[in-house]
Design a binder for this molecule. Sequence first.
Ligand code: MN
Length: 198
Amino acid sequence: MSNPATVHLPPLPYPEDALAPHISSDTVALHYGKHHAGYVSNVNRLVAGTPREGTPLEDLIVTATGGLFNNAAQVWNHTFYWRSMHPEGGGEPSGALRAAIEGSFGSVDGFWKKFSDAACGHFGSGWVWLTAVGDDLEVMATANADLPQRHDRAPLLTIDVWEHAYYLDYRNARPAYVERWIENLVNWEFAAANLAAL
Ligand code: MN
């Protein structure tokens, strides 16, 4: 007999080797199959037999605290991260997203400068986000599992800057990971769809 899981590990949106050579299949296998899957297991273990059992992930990430928040938010953040990348990513944003970026940052390059500085400069583990707040877009860095929804911001895009995201491929060279991510992996269509849905 088993209770229904509160959260599930969603399938990767592409094969494990699809982000290579920018992110290797070894990194994705470990990051998705061990780290992301581990957070899913932890959430289900933490809520089993408690009133939280069956609570949707979207509720947990805004209402939970402590270890349950950390694990629930890491489940959500990683699902969002995989979708923030595409094997044929990179290039330039278009349409309403491009207009919003130019309105808030002056130019696409101006946005990337802020995003890259935040990603390379963030101390310790965390995430860097493109977020929407009202009619403006902002770059935001969060520590550990924290996420924009706890700060009245809507996430459009994220990069994982925990060491497990890049250490196998880039060792300690986080700026090289960030640069390759920006140039080759960013999924503008995902960000545009998130903006359009607000
Ligand atoms: Mn991660």
